[in-house]
Design a protein around this ligand. Structure first.
Ligand code: C2E
Ligand code: MG
Ligand code: MG
Length: 276
């Protein structure tokens, strides 16, 4: 049974989708080796005149439960691919990361649909990465065939929020992921906790050992950035680098970032000695 509060929300979400009142913001993901912009992750936003700003953590699961996830995925993917084409025309070359609900992967023809969308919008398939979080409905291993079809088409696959879900190492070994995203929890916790530090280091080595790129989510401090760099993490994403951006501000952010990066990677200054 659907809760009363959810009925209003679902109704509002459906109207927002139909009337094109959702929009996407894009969060930069940068290389920890040299600071270059590698990717942007598209994140959906819903600002409702009556309900205010509704977070995706509230409406995406609702859309999943009530048969609205495919329309959201199709709208979002088309919007993000069009945006990629605009950036490309401006000379900004990057990969586009897009979050996909595991439920959308139930249809075997979904990889063909995504490939057709890319072709129609002139986006090379190797510029697209799909980020997957394991849903509670089914283990990712059941999606092996669909995931393999994406890889055959050149589309990248990231396992999102790694370390907090149900993914086993056995699944990680078998599934054709190209990127492992370390959940924000561990990145935040690793400064205070030696255990989390060890886990982050292990996840980076694990990703590399299995031929994947290691990405840290939720990087908020310089200390975290330095540690991740020391551990050999490839890519970082988080508020320290940038909050999710409106698409027309990416070029300006990039200019600013190119100035900010060199001082950011200078070694942490030693503490000032106490006066004698
Ligand atoms: P995610 O894919 O793991 O996205 C990262 C989330 O962490 C985003 O929240 C982002 O705004 C937030 N974040 C990034 N850096 C930081 C940081 O340094 N500190 C903190 N505290 N947070 C940070 P957001 O946009 O609210 O999205 C939440 C989740 O909703 C996403 O998690 C993703 O699973 C889902 N989602 C977002 N957009 C879509 C979409 O278009 N389709 C689908 N199916 N799911 C989406
Ligand atoms: Mg994601
Ligand atoms: Mg995540």
């Amino acid at each position: 049974m659907i809760a009363q509060a959810d009925i209003g929300l679902l109704d509002g979400f459906e109207r927002a989708l139909i009337n094109n009142r959702l929009h996407l913001v894009y969060q930069p993901k940068v290389s920890l080796a040299d600071g270059t912009l590698k990717r942007v992750e598209a994140l959906v936003r819903w600002d409702d005149p009556a309900l205010g700003s509704v977070p995706p953590s509230r409406f995406v699961p609702l859309a999943e439960r009530h048969g609205m996830i495919d329309p959201l995925t199709h709208w979002g993917l088309r919007t993000a691919l069009r945006q990629w084409r605009d950036w490309h025309a401006q000379g900004i070359d990057l990969c586009l990361a897009f979050n996909i609900s595991a439920l959308s992967l139930d249809q075997l023809d979904f990889p063909d649909l995504v490939e057709r969308m890319c072709r129609a919008l002139d986006v090379p398939t190797d510029r697209l990465v799909l980020e997957l979080t394991e849903g509670s409905t089914q283990p990712l291993i059941k999606l092996m065939d669909t995931l393999t079809r994406f890889r055959i088409k050149g589309i990248g696959l990231a396992i999102d929020d790694f370390g907090t879900g149900y993914s086993t190492l056995m699944q990680l070994r078998q599934l054709p992921f190209t990127e492992l995203k370390i959940d924000r929890f561990f990145v935040t916790d690793m400064i205070a906790s030696a255990d989390s530090r060890m886990i982050v280091r292990m996840m980076i080595d694990l990703a590399h050992g299995l031929g994947m790129t290691a990405t840290a989510e939720g990087v908020e401090t310089e200390e975290q950035l330095h540690l991740l760099r020391d551990f050999g993490c490839d890519v970082a994403q988080g508020y320290l680098i940038s909050r999710p951006l409106a698409p027309d501000t990416l070029a300006e952010w990039l200019r600013d970032w190119n100035q900010r990066w060199p001082p950011l990677i200078e070694p942490l200054r030693p503490p000032v000695p106490a006066p004698a």
